[in-house]
Write a new protein. Sequence first.
Length: 562
Amino acid sequence: MTRSQHLRVWQRDALELYQRTQPRDFLTVATPGAGKTTFALTIAADLMSRGIVERIVIVTPTDHLKTQWALAASGIGITLDPSLAGQGRLGADFDGFAVTYAGLAVNANSYRTRIETRATMVILDEIHHAADALSWGDAVQEACEPAIRRLALTGTPFRSDDNPIPFVSYAPADDGTVSSVADFSYGYGNALKDGVVRPVLFMAYSGQMHWRTRAGDEVAARLGEPLDRAATAQALRTALDPQGSWIPAVLQAAHTRLMEVRRDVPDAGGLVIASDQDTARQYASVLAAITGTEPTLVLSDETGSSARIADFSAGMTPWMVAVRMVSEGVDIPRLSVGVYATTTATPLYFAQAVGRFVRMRRRGETASIFVPSVPALLALAADLEAQRDHVIGRPVSDEADLFAAEAELMAQAQQEQSASDQLGEYRALGSDASFDRLVYDGGEFGYDSLADDDGELDFLGIPGLLDPDQVAELLRKSRSKRAKAAPKGTPAADVAFERRAALRKELHALVGAWHHRTGTPHGVTHSRLRQECGGPAATAASAVELKERIDALRAWALKASG
């Protein structure tokens, strides 16, 4: 059996196109987890076996990925040196080497000399990083220009800036912009249909946030409610504060989810993505207290980070906490549960982070990612299957870029607020967490629509492993049940609906507060209230019934205080 017979359908199709056209430059856009590395190395091995190229050079975003590529290449008979320095000598027993974009930029002329003296193929992994800085793009252009073959790979080609990506073709559009053109594309939607990647369930958590503004005012708001950009950023920061109650509650829910998955997949792992290294250390401490096991902590400026990632990938440790180092390209197939606990909300970074969880090991798997209930993140989660290109010259006011601009401005506001922290102008004062909604397959399902006939469930009641079609069918039934339970719409009912919505929100907030006070799971409290007060699930309860439950819960709290 030839090597190509082991390839997936999309890889064979792309390989056939490449072999038929024999291009000097070729851009492959394929969703994370689809198998871009295998595809690229198959082409490299074929070109070397036919004597077309003599040397292989891999350019990656991070040091860890250099090692990952070298290990993958050794599996098909290509020997790469992942530790070669700019002026170092490549050993005679190596077919090539791997270098980072940053390393290439340090001495582009030296790498150009290496490439032009031998018939070289350059594989540019996650090529969009070549536009991270103008100096990087210039270095890639300078160093790799003599290569006889350049194969560019990316899972997320879209960027929110106008920096052109080297060796990528752009086509003009009617609106005056130009868009990147891929030679072969294989998106997440197609990969999902083919069973190549996992479907992702996004668990969105809201909660009440309390903080002091730079003006000294104390503000209380619910995460996810309509707020201005600055208030949204501050509410998100408050939620992600390691000293608050939101993070411990969400980490506990995520750990519960992971333990359920590990019943069927004993080595399933979880990943918490933090905003910065200090916060990552604090999250690791919170997780250790919850789980009784120290999580793997990966900080990019510490020696041994790549080895810790490799050990985690091959081991059984439940959790890893990291900042940016495992957001892109790193291959940890056992990751099943994630917590997106970072203030970075750009489409590019979000897609890269989600890409760590979609790799399929066996059919029927799903991935669960816990996220703050922030409009920017929920929109990205709902739009996961959208196919995007890198667009240059589009006005920021263009509707298609509004969301990306909002995310960038939100990140900018975060940076400004971080600077103001030095003056003590912002302070998180407290938070709590409550499940808000589930985002799956572009649809949103609120807590009420996921309620079970036997009582609202604190942990959704969806098993950790379900066939994707079963997940969709379960959610469709829940939504249908909710629609049938809802009263007929009339002008008077609209007013009643608003009243019920407000009471449900108040009830869920009180249940969340009771959870933090007593440790009682949300679902247990909801079930107890229904037993004591009677009536249907909250989605079908009347305003009177909801008010009765609120009063009962307040009575419990008063009794507990007495």
